[in-house]
Ligand binder design. Sequence first.
Ligand code: SF4
Length: 67
Amino acid sequence: MERAARTRPSARCPIRPGDACSLCMPGVTGPQDCGLVYLVQDDPEMAAELAARRSSVAQQERLASGR
Ligand code: SF4
């Protein structure tokens, strides 16, 4: 019996809803140490804007999948 190859789950970018982290910031290893993510999530106005975008993307994904 052959085992399926293991793959690592790709981290999603918290500030680009729907996109995987592309390591676009120099020196980062993922969202967990991304300075841009920290700055956005630390600012109440930007965090609120981000939450609204995430909600919109999640709704679009639900509509696209028919759920
Ligand atoms: S490095 Fe940061 S900003 Fe760039 S994709 Fe990854 S989490 Fe998003």
